[in-house]
Design a protein around this ligand. Structure first.
Ligand code: GAL
Length: 845
């Protein structure tokens, strides 16, 4: 008895000491985050766990680690975890604990941004809709009902993390946590309640005793001990609100989100790297790429309104989980360069001096002798040569050079050593190929107008949509019956009569006597729209059925939670001969929340209401379609191409793929260009692509939702389309390119611990994406002054005859190869005093 008790005590002691071994203290001072007593210079990246699937998480986390991240940052999505008040869900994509544990297993830290308001282009900013209906509630202000809910959810999440020992103070990966989100951007609109609310939030968070620091982003008046942090395209000029707080950047926007009907934004990596390097140059010690992997807004999770299903964000890892090169690689090199400076940077603050107009040097010189320097040229146009410590350095416009020993440049933000890898969709079905066969289609015609007695009700006047549907569905029917006897004066008006209506958003289909007579939609810049629908009134009963739809609920702005949707009114007949109008708004309208197909649960494909005779209806509005298909062979990520379809929702094996809307096309006269000058200040409409094209054509179908055969695809088409044109594609890496100039620093991959003494040359490193592949074919080689970009290089005025042979010998048949970019190696192209570059295009296989 005594023996077993001793054994138990010993075991308990061992268990306690095991967890104590790994527990670390996390604190901060005026310079940095202090982990285990050591100041750190850190790199973080956002991956939102519900924007991918659990089987993708390990690979995304590994690619983040390989890319040089120390920390993964995620928001917590309240609406997913508590869809019904008090009923929690942490399964599948919502398995937050699993995500955090995977980050820990990879040896990375985690920043948990609880919010619980998160913005994030997420439906309703992450708030569950039921919150809005709690009596007396006002969101994000000094309101007791709201504060109680916010505290309850925050405590729930913190409790879960603690229970699983996930805080660094318990041996877990969480080193930081956020409460609220960018309230400082809009707090003045909440008047005198704003400050008490933010003080309460700070105090509430602190009282949770997580053992790790809290941040508030974009909150200049964040009370101690909250660290106020910066979000933006640039944050080098930001200063925290106390000298005892470090300078952190919680959202370095690596690109931007896209909205239906707009071209797709992207951000050149030279500018992302410039922004990041300037931040570290100016005493920043922690930054987070928002997003590092953007992912997908599955089902109805996208916010907005009008945020697309893709949340790719031009991130270093693309929506499908593939590396976006050279973005990922060039930032990886930056992170390596920064780490070489870490010792000097944490020992002291930077000393910045001007080297001329728009030229700056910052030196971190530790007492121990460690020295790191950043040379910046923030001129929008002019390249420069500067002298520092007696040496001369070329600085391209809008670039930063990093010198981890205050002498050698190991990295310049404008000189991209990393390879470019083009990605493409390879068709797997449809007219181009028949690799994936779709079996025949069956269908279900959604009734026009009121069809569900249990969901229908009559009210005088027009109702607001979100308050009526509680967001249970995108759809709300507004129906009106008008009985006209044969002598009704309206019938004499002829066909000039128009039904005019004003909608506050987001979209609407107008059916007159059962037929689609018009449709309207707003846009991300203006949700509102008006419509004039031709009426053909007949003696007897006339029906007007207006199907209003939301396209993701607002997520940003003061009081965004009270923004409205649906028909604001008036609804009226106009075009009458005497010039007058007839107001229909106050009539007795019949309403129905949602569609019959939704109530029947058609989305999972099992309900028995499907028709397959006599002929597949095409281009008919409000039609549900169903088919089965086998998965594309291999492991490449899969996409559905919705060419031929209008707008709607799609499900694969019951999983919501999201809204599709290829009929929403970006204007062709938009500000798109194949290349975008990275020099100069970036904004989200500076670099755009896809003008004249659907904002989104392909939609991610995660591999883990597919079986080899017998997969069910269900589509709800709203406008009308041809489902036989739907096809599948896989996302593949295509052409590999590299372009390195003779004035580039040697690749950071070649620097080792004695980098200070090592003599290195500019080098082109080519590497196939998979170790099982080799370089099969060289499509283009030029050493001289080649022009153009990957896939479109052309020879310039001068080029060496030897280069192709040298590269062929070094690379063909190899998985990777390394080529010195020198005249000795590649031959003299006789370019005179032009800086020479080597450009290569290669195919792996
Ligand atoms: C910020 C916000 C993020 C995200 C971002 C834009 O204002 O904090 O959640 O919405 O903008 O992508």
């Amino acid at each position: 008895m005594a023996g077993s008790r001793t054994a138990a005590v010993v075991f308990l002691l061992l268990a306690a000491s095991a967890s104590l071994c790994t527990a670390v203290s996390v604190d901060y001072d005026g310079r940095a985050l202090v982990i285990d007593g050591k100041r750190r210079v850190l790199v973080s990246g956002s991956i939102h766990y519900p924007r991918s699937t659990p089987d993708m998480w390990p690979d995304l986390i590994k690619k983040s680690k390989d890319g040089g991240l120390d920390i993964i940052e995620t928001y917590v999505f309240w609406d997913m975890h508590e869809p019904v008040r008090g009923q929690y869900d942490f399964t599948e994509r919502k398995d937050l604990v699993k995500f955090v544990k995977l980050v820990a297993e990879a040896g990375l830290y985690l920043h948990l941004r609880i919010g619980p308001y998160v913005c994030a282009e997420w439906n309703y900013g992450g708030f569950p809709l039921w919150l809005h209906f709690l009596p007396g509630i006002q969101l994000r202000t000094d309101n007791d009902v709201y504060k109680a809910e916010m505290q309850r959810f925050t405590a729930k999440i913190v409790g879960m993390m603690k229970q699983n020992n996930l805080y660094a103070s318990q041996g877990g990966p969480i080193v930081l946590s956020q409460i609220e989100n960018e309230y400082g951007n809009i707090d003045w609109q909440y008047g005198s309640s704003a400050k008490p609310y933010i003080d309460w939030a700070a105090q509430m968070a602190t009282s949770m005793n997580t053992g790790v620091p809290w941040v508030m982003c974009q909150q200049n008046n964040a009370p101690d001990p909250m660290i106020n942090t910066c979000n933006g395209f640039y944050c080098d000029q930001f200063t925290p609100n106390s000298p005892s707080k470090p300078k952190f950047w919680t959202e370095l926007w690596s690109g931007w989100f896209s909205a239906w009907g707009n071209p797709v934004p992207y951000r050149p990596v030279e500018d992302v790297a410039f922004a990041a390097a300037r931040f570290y140059q100016n005493n920043g010690t922690l930054l987070n790429y928002y997003m590092y992997h953007g992912g997908t807004n599955f089902a109805r999770t996208s916010g907005g309104p009008f945020i697309t299903t893709s949340y790719d964000y031009d991130s270093p890892i693309d929506e499908y989980g593939l590396l976006r090169q050279p973005k990922w690689g060039h930032l990886k090199d930056l992170h390596k360069a920064i780490k070489l400076c870490e010792e000097a940077m944490v020992s002291t603050v930077g000393n910045t001096t001007s080297l001329g107009q728009n030229l700056e040097v910052t030196v971190y010189k530790a007492e121990s002798g460690e020295c790191a320097a950043f040379l910046a040229n923030f001129d929008w146009q002019l390249d420069a040569t500067v002298t520092f410590n007696g040496n001369s350095y070329d600085l391209p416009a809008w670039s930063v050079s990093i010198l981890p020993d205050c002498k050698n440049v190991v990295y310049n933000t404008a000189k991209v050593n990393a390879i470019t890898a083009l990605t493409k969709f390879v068709p797997q079905s449809g007219s181009n190929s028949s690799v994936v066969s779709l079996s025949s289609w069956s269908w279900f015609k959604e009734p026009v107008g009121i069809s569900l007695n249990n969901e229908a009700f009559v009210l005088p006047g027009l109702v607001e949509q979100i308050n009526t549907t509680a967001d249970k569905s995108d759809f709300l029917w507004y129906s009106l019956s008008i009985d006209l006897n044969a002598n009704d004066p309206l019938l004499k008006e002829g066909s000039q009569i128009l039904l005019h209506l004003d909608s506050v958003g987001h979209g609407l289909y107008a059916f007159v006597n059962g037929d689609l007579a018009g449709s309207g939609k707003g846009s991300s810049s203006n949700n509102k729209f008006s419509m004039d629908v031709p009426m053909n009134l007949e003696p007897g009963n006339n029906t007007i059925d207006l199907l209003c739809l939301t396209v993701g609920l607002s997520n940003y702005g003061a009081f965004f939670d009270t923004y409205t949707a649906g028909i604001g009114g008036p609804v009226q007949f106009k075009g009458l001969a005497n010039g007058s109008t007839i107001d229909l708004s106050p009539q007795q309208w019949t309403y129905q929340v949602g569609l019959k197909g939704e109530q029947l649960g058609l989305s999972n494909g099992v309900s028995g209401q499907w028709d397959s005779q006599p002929a597949l209806p095409k281009n008919t509005p409000l039609t549900w379609y169903k088919t089965t298909f086998s998965a594309p062979a291999g492991n490449s990520p899969v996409a559905i191409d919705f060419t031929g379809m209008g707008k709607g929702h799609a499900w694969v094996n019951g999983h919501g793929i999201g809204r599709y809307w290829p009929a929403n096309v970006a204007p062709s006269n938009g500000n798109c260009a194949d290349t975008c000058n990275y020099r100069g200040s970036y904004s989200n409409n500076k670099c755009l692509k896809g003008c004249g094209k659907p904002t989104q054509q392909q939609y991610h179908v995660p591999r883990s939702w597919l079986k080899p055969t017998g997969n069910t695809l269900v589509v709800l088409e709203e406008i009308g389309g041809d489902p036989t044109m739907i096809s599948f594609a896989t996302r593949e890496l295509g052409l590999l390119c590299g372009k390195v100039s003779e004035n580039y620093p040697a690749p950071l991959d070649l620097w080792d611990s004695n980098y200070l003494t090592r003599v290195t040359k500019p080098t082109l490193l080519l590497e196939c994406p998979s170790p099982s592949q080799v370089i099969k074919r060289l499509q283009f080689v030029s050493f001289g002054n080649p022009h153009g970009g990957c896939g479109g290089y052309t020879h310039g005025r001068c080029r060496s005859n030897r280069a192709r042979r040298v590269i062929h010998r070094a690379c063909t048949g190899k998985t990777k190869c390394s080529i010195d970019v020198t005249v000795e190696n590649l031959g003299d192209p006789n370019c005179g005093n032009v800086t020479k570059s080597l450009a290569v295009e290669a195919f792996c296989g």
